[in-house]
Unconditional design. Structure first.
Length: 402
């Protein structure tokens, strides 16, 4: 009943998260070998360019993420899709590092940044009583993209080459995605019987601004929790070739790990959405980083490739839980009037984490600490944060119930 009544708006959220794949690290990395060869880039220079582009995208995200509060999504989403298409065309035509860098910047801003941001802002604003369920269903686009897009992309690169593959992405975004988003979003949603749900208040019955939220104790306390999932998942995928070399595995043998990651992501997102509606989203904080801590730590001692599957499965549990958690927690705490502005701050932090991760871990690899050794420290970091998350949960629960 819920799915049937809200299919249009849930589909819009799914499309946004699915198409965000074209700006994600794992997708761009499929072209890394060809791009480095074409532009004469080393691993270090390619990684540095990627980090700078992502940091610039994070800065723009912080500055312009609030557009989701002031421009109807029926106009904003197709416009961002058009910019996304320009970025993909730039990748297809780039014959200089400058054009490559600008294209990467726009890909990261539109894909990892705005498309996911618009989806979660819409779900948080449109739904209240079943917000967790809506967020979880919309977020299914992420694992769906992780399963489908790599297979199609690898085949396309083999058949038509990497530049024409980016050209195909351009056509998909411009001719398919932009009109589809306009069609799905042309009528805004007001939940039946909850005419004021779009402006649901947060703590103390207030509609918080981004400045208010930044001064509130919660966002600073959540800073390491916001940074950690994106940091770890990005570096695990970014360094998978290095991990294969250290462990003596093949990338073909490691490929089923993507399926384990996606399946765990889907299941945990759905369960987390239900749990957030049933028990309160803040309750998820206490267990959020436990699976990721176990998963990343498994990479270190694993000698058989099955350990890689387990690692990605556990990491996927945290990623799915996090996608549901942030989509529900922020509107519950800070209200929905300025949700786009507040979410842009959280999204900026997450994008920054994906930018700095490859650089920091790459330097450590160059200095002799391979990633399997680093993974043990990353696991310990997750377990340490569990103590802080328990404290945040207790304090926030008291404030929400006051």
């Amino acid at each position: 009943m819920f799915l049937r009544q809200n299919l249009r708006w849930l589909s819009a959220g799914f499309v946004l998260t699915f198409v965000s794949a074209f700006g994600q690290t794992w997708f761009i990395s499929l072209f890394a070998g060809a791009i480095k060869a074409e532009h004469g880039l080393t691993d270090g220079s390619w990684g540095s360019l990627y980090t700078v582009a992502t940091l610039c995208a994070a800065a723009l995200m912080f500055w312009r993420g609030s557009l989701a509060d002031t421009i109807p999504l029926s106009r904003l989403a197709p416009a961002v899709a058009a910019i996304f298409a320009i970025a993909a065309l730039g990748m297809a035509l780039a014959h200089s590092v400058w054009v490559l860098g600008i294209s990467l910047f726009l890909l990261r801003f539109c894909g990892q940044g705005m498309f996911s941001h618009m989806a979660m802002t819409a779900m948080g604003r449109w739904f209240q009583a079943q917000r967790g369920k809506a967020v979880a269903l919309a977020n299914l686009g992420h694992p769906a993209g992780e399963v489908v897009v790599p297979l199609v992309t690898v085949l396309a690169i083999a058949v038509i080459g990497w530049r024409l593959s980016w050209g195909a992405v351009t056509l998909v975004l411009l001719v398919g995605v932009a009109p589809l988003l306009w069609s799905l979003l042309r009528n805004d949603r007001t939940p039946k019987g909850q005419g004021a749900a779009k402006l649901a208040a947060g703590l103390a019955g207030r509609q918080w601004t981004r400045q208010d939220a930044a001064r509130h104790w919660l966002l600073p306390a959540l800073l390491p929790v916001l940074l950690t999932p994106g940091f770890i998942s990005t570096v695990v995928f970014f360094h998978q070739v290095h991990i294969a070399e250290v462990k003596g595995w093949t990338l073909t043998a490691m490929a089923p790990g993507y399926s384990a990651f996606a399946a765990a992501n889907v299941i945990s997102a759905l369960l987390a959405g239900w749990a957030a509606d049933r028990f309160g989203s803040q309750r998820l904080l206490t267990v959020l980083l436990l699976p990721m801590g176990i998963g990343v730590a498994l990479i270190g001692p694993s000698e058989q490739v099955f350990g890689w599957y387990l690692a990605l499965g556990f990491i996927g549990i945290t990623q799915g839980t996090a996608s549901a958690l942030w989509g529900v927690l922020l509107p519950a705490v800070y209200g929905t009037r300025n949700l786009g502005s507040i979410r842009s701050l959280a999204t900026t932090i997450m994008v920054i984490s994906t930018a700095i991760g490859p650089g920091i871990t790459g330097i450590l690899i160059d200095r002799g600490m391979n990633f399997p050794a680093q993974s043990l420290w990353l696991g310990a970091w997750c377990l340490l944060l569990l103590i802080g998350c328990w404290g945040i949960d207790r304090k926030l629960t008291r404030e929400l119930n006051a």
